[in-house]
Write a protein of this length. Sequence first.
Lengths: 371, 654
Amino acid sequence: MNTHKTTNSLGRLKKAAVLGLAIAGLGLTLTAPVQAQDANVPSTIKWTIPFGVGGGTDVWARFFSPWLSEHIPGEPTISIDNVPGGGSINGANLFATRARSDGSDWLGTSASTQFPAMLGDRRVRYDYSNWTPILATPTGGVVYAQPSLGEESESAIATLLEKRVKLAVQSHTGLELPVLIALDMLGVDVQAVSGMQGRGEGRLAFERGEADIDFQTTSAYLSSVAPLVESGRAVPLFSLGVLNDEGQIERDPAFPDLPTFTEVYGNLNGEAPSGTANEAYEKFFASGFTLQKLIMVPKGTPDELVEIYREAALEFVETEQFKQEADAHLGPYTPIIGDVVERHLEQAMALNDDLREWLADWLKTKHGASI
Amino acid sequence: MFDILLSSLGQLFTLDHLLYMVLGVLVGLVVGIIPGLGGIAGMALLLPFLYGMEPSVALGMLMGLVAVIPTGDTFASVLLGIPGSSASQATVIDGFSLAKRGQAARALSSAFLSSMIGGLIGAAVLTGFILIARPVVLSFSSSELFMLTLLGLSMVAVLSGRDLLKGLAACGLGLLIGTIGMAPATGEFRLNFEINYLFDGVPLVVIGLGIFALPEIIDLLVKRGAIAGERTRLGKGWKQGLQDVGKNRGLVARCAGIGSLLGTIPGLAGSVVDWMTYGHAVQSAKDKSKFGHGDIRGVIAPEAANNACASGAMVPTLLFGVPGSGTAAVFLGGLLLLGLQPGVSMIETNLDLTYTIIWSLALANIIGAAFCLGLARPVASLTRVPFVILAPLITVLIMFAAYQATRSPGDLLALGAIGALGVLFKQAGWSRPAFLIGFVLAPGAEAYFYQAVQFQGSAAFMRPGVLIIGAMILAALFLPMFRQLWRKLRSTDTEQAPAVGEAPATGSKPITIGGIDLVIFTALLGMATYGWFHLADLSLLGGLMPRLALAIMGVACLLEILRSLVRKPAWQHQPLLQQVVWLAGFFALVGAILTFGLVTTATLFCLAFLMFIARLKPWVAITMSAGVAIFLVGMAKLLTLTYPSGLIDPLLFG
């Protein structure tokens, strides 16, 4: 009696499990791969995302994968493999040791993958010079302040120069690093309070009135800060600008009315920014914003395949439909494809020892943080 | 406002919406039932289909999943003593004790009913609260958040009862392990001993499985028999469980309220809520003696709270884009994929979608709990199966679950290490919940304290919110003491507040000490001394928290030793030999998994265990081990999971 009951219930449990699996399986088969026609293109591409499911880079990859899959000849299946940990260092390390160079392994990186490599973090065992970029998506960013500092940006910046202000950051070497350098160059005395879980928490600290100034990337700024600005609860100060193909910083197309950091610096000092601090700023700005998120393949991947992938991306990035849909995810920026990425990347990632030493020293003295 | 409420309700009952929501519920139940997967894996399964879907339908599907995760994971907590996800850790204590007393069906049915009611209350609270939530959420600054983590920590005192010092020492150890990794203030790495795995800290899932599940498995193997030690009729318990919820209406309502409100505060994950409500249940009960040994209120309280908390967590997610929990973080990703931006627009232009979310949450709670209630009775009979048959399957299951935490061999080794600690604690009656609470709250306590001081200076601790929460902490600590004193004055009955969780509870037992106690004392004091010197290189800010943890641990240990010396304890025999043998077996298994691969090793291990230790008929053993292999391979394919591959797996399973 008892044993019978047991097997019966086990059977039911299994049935429930099988049902669930079947439902999920059904879904999977619906998107099953169409056999690749082009012999060169692998039928499945494993796209390693060194971040958790649902994070910014994961959503970015999930947004891109149907577009890419559709435009690569043979329509390969792109399966996203999330390998979170170590703020993306673990996944990138794993990719560096395991990825095959037959075009079937991609990596999606972000600023938090680039920065540790530039800073010489001892956990990093990957090297960007071993990878070839397919595509990069830029973003911009805006620094804004409490209205108590000044009703409009000029007066707010003037107040900023006189008093110590608080800014909530994730860590001193996170995405905020170039912003911290920029503020320091302007002569703003910033107390960076670290330990935020994401930029969103930093914004919360600003909205609670704990932080005097804050910084958000374009999409978060447009959705969450623009309403604050409209209702008079935040004053935009400057944008970081965007890097054009010639390597010059110009106004951000998302914020054409907002001066860039470079302009603000010029107005205050009567000359363009220069020196070691500026060199550091430019490098981290380039790798953290201009090339914020990258699709990379191992260097050994056949040139024809790299070309095929790049062309596939070129095919759709200029279409109206893509631009429309991308607006919510990427802001009004067009992905950068091809050699330009490679050039910018090489320039950004190369830090000489002097610069690194300057950074370590700067972080220690200004923010009490160590690399 | 009302027309929006109604139109979203109409939207809810369209065929498309219902179908996709039920799909979400089913996926949620399956990933909820399998430990270690939880909401993140479920979301990962659904996200690929999201892009391009109609937003309201897609949101229904996601909410179906989010709503039932805290319902489904109750199965593993109650039946197997495995904390299915971080939201159901408190359920394990009394739920599993009830299962061991043959009352699994009762525990399950009352858990599901309170989950359902909790979820509905949560949705109801959310309906109104979301409109006014903005200023409320914003009024919780870093200093209030710090005080809330202290309130959570004060539950240690509530849960440890008369073994307060041991509880504190356990909590100190939890705090210490919780500080492993990066210091939030300075970015320094602490206590990682140059082991790569420790740079990120030990994952919560691994701690939960190690401290609760592994010691229970070993204990049951040593004792033999089935999980349900006492024989009772199963069917009766099911109904009784429903009645239990009826009797504790007030508790359900209060815990659901607490859950939904705490859930709205960003930064306090669901894992705090279940302990706080569990502590509340203990405090508000007149007869506390059964807590930790199968008190149904210990199941009802956290279960009512965790579903409500899942609803509450939608507030910061939708309004601020700051997710309140791991599942909410993935849900946020889903929103972005649908092209929706969180923020004020969710209560202005997209209010209809927000209400669709809330309604779906309510309906999914009902459907999910109904499914589970139906399953509860038959599944409860699992506890009648001789445990020796279940043991290999559960062992494989917790290894599978632990490895999903970071997919590194370190997960399995840490599971074994924490499991060894859990075995010691369990055998000697030290509070495992206290350890877990310390671990869970360490990062929050440190980060918020640092932020509060940096942002607000000394003014941080004069804010009204801080004072109110401070008063609540004092009340939590001292009210029971006064109440007890009051009772003592009124009657001659010298009833003592018993420990919850581990220690023998009845009456005023003489103080005892045993061999394992001595081992733990030596280890903790040794660790405190060594740690103090090891931390010398750290900056003041980076080393503050670990030093505090060491101090709590060391001082509590010394005081406990002193107390024991003064009170002349009775020597208590604490057996350990058999446990050590099983633990050694576990580590051998981990070694084999890392060398040969999980699928191969797990299959062979189950086969050998079932044939030679459980002495099943060969064909039964073969069928069950084949089932294990199919489960593992199937899960890997379905959810793109990876396992330790070793030497053999790649050859056999690709």
